[in-house]
Write a protein that binds this ligand. Structure first.
Ligand SMILES: Cc1ncc(COP(=O)(O)O)c(C=O)c1O
Length: 311
C-alpha cells in the first residue's frame, strides 16, 4: 500500500518517528543559518524482483563525508550508520514504489554559525515517481543574471543547505520571467550548471559538460551519464568550458540530477535547440539511466543497494 506523505516515518537522531513528531530546535545553527549538509538519494522499485534499489550509496556517502570534512563538522556518524539509518527508515515505511530520500547531517544545539557541533542527522524518504521518458517537450531555460557561487565565496562542491539560496534566486527569477528553469554562468563567465542539476550539451555527436572546477556540484548523475554514454552508447564525452553562445547553437542539451534524472532542454534564452538525433540520444540515455538505477542491467548491479534483500 502507498505511504501517505503526512503519515510517513522519519529517522531523527537514532529514533524512527512520524514526520509530525520529528522536531528540530528553532535556535539551532541548521535552523538559523542553513548549517547542514545533505544528499538527495533515489531508490527505484523493481517490480519483477519485488525489490527497492538505492542508487549509488557509496558515491552519496563519499560526497556527504567530503561536505562534512570541508565544513569541519564534529561528525559522529560512520558511513555504515548512515546507510543503516536509510535502510531502516525506508523499511519501516514499507515503500514499494520509487522514492527520494533526503539524508541531512546538521548542526543542532544552541551554537552559532561557526559551531562544529553538536552534529545530528535525519533521514526523510518521500514517494517520487520516475519521470516519463519522452522526446516531446523539454525545459525552456534562461541564462540567469545571478552568478553561480564559486570557490571564491561558497563552494558548490559542498552540498550545504545555504548554497540553495543562490539556486532559489535563479529559479524564482526564471519562473517569474516565464521560463521553466535557469542556467548559471560562473565567475569566469562560463556556463556552470542548473539550480539543482548539471548540464550537458551535444555538439557534432559529442557530449560536452563543464569540468568539476567550473563551479558545479560533483554530481553523481553527471558521473553516471559520463560512464554510461561512453561505455554503453559509444558516445565521446568531453569535459571542457562552455560559452553561453555555444548553448544557442548546440545540437541539443539536457539537465541531469538525482531529482530530475535526464531532462531535455528545449530552448535557452528563447533560442530553440535540439533535433531528432539529439532527442534520440537523450531518450536513450534516460532509458538506460532508469534501467541501470532500477536494477534491470545486471552489469551495473554493484551500484545498487537492495533495501529489502528478499525480506
Ligand atoms: C546544484 C546542483 N547541481 C547538480 C546536482 C545533481 O547532483 P546529483 O546528480 O548528485 O543529484 C544537484 C542535485 O542535488 C544540485 O543541487
Amino acid at each position: 500500500m502507498a505511504v501517505n506523505n503526512e503519515d510517513r516515518l522519519i529517522w531523527l537522531g537514532g529514533s524512527i518517528l512520524p514526520v509530525k513528531d520529528a522536531k528540530i530546535n528553532v535556535l539551532s545553527p541548521t535552523s538559523q543559518f542553513g548549517a547542514n549538509v545533505f544528499e538527495g538519494i533515489r531508490c527505484y522499485w523493481n517490480e519483477e524482483e519485488k525489490e527497492l534499489y538505492a542508487f549509488r550509496l557509496k558515491e552519496h556517502y563519499d560526497r556527504l563525508m567530503n561536505s562534512i570534512k570541508i565544513f569541519k563538522m564534529d561528525n559522529p556518524f560512520s558511513r555504515e550508520e548512515m546507510q543503516k539509518a536509510l535502510v531502516d527508515v525506508v523499511r519501516a515505511n514499507g515503500y514499494r514504489e520509487d522514492i527520494a530520500v533526503r539524508q541531512t547531517v546538521f548542526i543542532d544545539g544552541f551554537g552559532t554559525w561557526s559551531s562544529p557541533g553538536p552534529v545530528n542527522m535525519f533521514v526523510a524518504p518521500v514517494a517520487k515517481g520516475r519521470k516519463e521518458v519522452s522526446t516531446e517537450g523539454g525545459l525552456n531555460c534562461c541564462i540567469s543574471s545571478w552568478e553561480r557561487i564559486s570557490e571564491k565565496n561558497l563552494s558548490p562542491r559542498v552540498k550545504v543547505g545555504a548554497n540553495y539560496i543562490n539556486s532559489r534566486m535563479a529559479q524564482m527569477q526564471a519562473l517569474e520571467s516565464g521560463f521553466d528553469s535557469a542556467i548559471f554562468m560562473n565567475y569566469q563567465g562560463k556556463v556552470s550548471e542548473g539550480p539543482g542539476s548539471c548540464l550537458f550539451m551535444i555538439r557534432d555527436g559529442k557530449l560536452i559538460t563543464p569540468p568539476c572546477t567550473a563551479s558545479v556540484l560533483e554530481s553523481i548523475t553527471r558521473k553516471t551519464v559520463i560512464e554510461l554514454a561512453g561505455e554503453e552508447l559509444g558516445v565521446e564525452v568531453v569535459e571542457r568550458e562552455i560559452d553561453r553562445t555555444e548553448l544557442y547553437i548546440c545540437d541539443g542539451a539536457f539537465l541531469c540530477g538525482s531529482a530530475m534524472e535526464v531532462h531535455k532542454i528545449a530552448s535557452v534564452d528563447h533560442y530553440k535547440i535540439g533535433n531528432s538525433e539529439s532527442d534520440e540520444l537523450i531518450r536513450k540515455l534516460h532509458v538506460l539511466y532508469l534501467r541501470v538505477a532500477s536494477g534491470q542491467e545486471e552489469k551495473y548491479k554493484s551500484w545498487l543497494t537492495p533495501v529489502y534483500e528478499g525480506k
